[in-house]
Ligand binder design. Structure first.
Ligand SMILES: [Zn+2]
Length: 157
């Protein structure tokens, strides 16, 4: 999925997570989750995020492969416990929500996601081609829903 679609979906899932998780600082939590929802694409230097840290993302892709380990549920779980150890649960929670939002998004694409990689290589995939017409449509729909729910949250609707 494209960078901007990930952000739009990350934002939406951040909004939904508020009523379940009640994070301490929602106005920090939402942008944090939104940005972190692009994080798994550190595993390719071809992504918008990966391009910014080119040597690192290239190394990760060579060692782990794109949509391999870094597109499984394990990095956020590990990161969560590491951050929790340093009393950074707030950030840990944002990592988990953002990361899962990314995996859900990629699972909607035809390339799919192996959530349990490397223990299982079974990929869950969807109908969208990354950057294709369906994704553009989904992106517009997500932005509209994002705006609608944001306005509702701040009681402007
Ligand atoms: Zn991805």
């Amino acid at each position: 999925m494209m960078f901007k679609t990930h952000l739009a979906l990350g934002f939406l899932i951040a909004l939904f997570s508020l009523s379940i998780l009640h994070p301490a600082y929602p106005f920090i939590f939402i942008p944090l989750v939104t940005i972190l929802s692009a994080l798994p694409d550190v595993d390719t230097e071809k992504s918008k995020f990966g391009r910014k840290i080119y040597p690192i993302s290239w190394c990760i892709r060579i060692v782990f492969g794109h949509r391999g380990f870094f597109h499984s549920i394990f990095p956020p779980v590990i990161l969560y416990f590491v951050l929790k150890y340093f009393h950074l649960q707030f950030l840990g929670l944002a990592v988990v929500i953002g990361y899962v939002a990314h995996l859900i998004g990629d699972a909607c694409t035809s390339e799919g996601v192996a959530f349990l990689y490397p223990f299982s290589k079974k990929r869950i995939s969807g109908f969208m081609r990354t950057g294709g017409f369906a994704e553009s449509f989904v992106l517009v729909a997500l932005i509209l829903v994002d705006i609608y729910i944001s306005l509702k949250k701040v009681n402007l609707l």
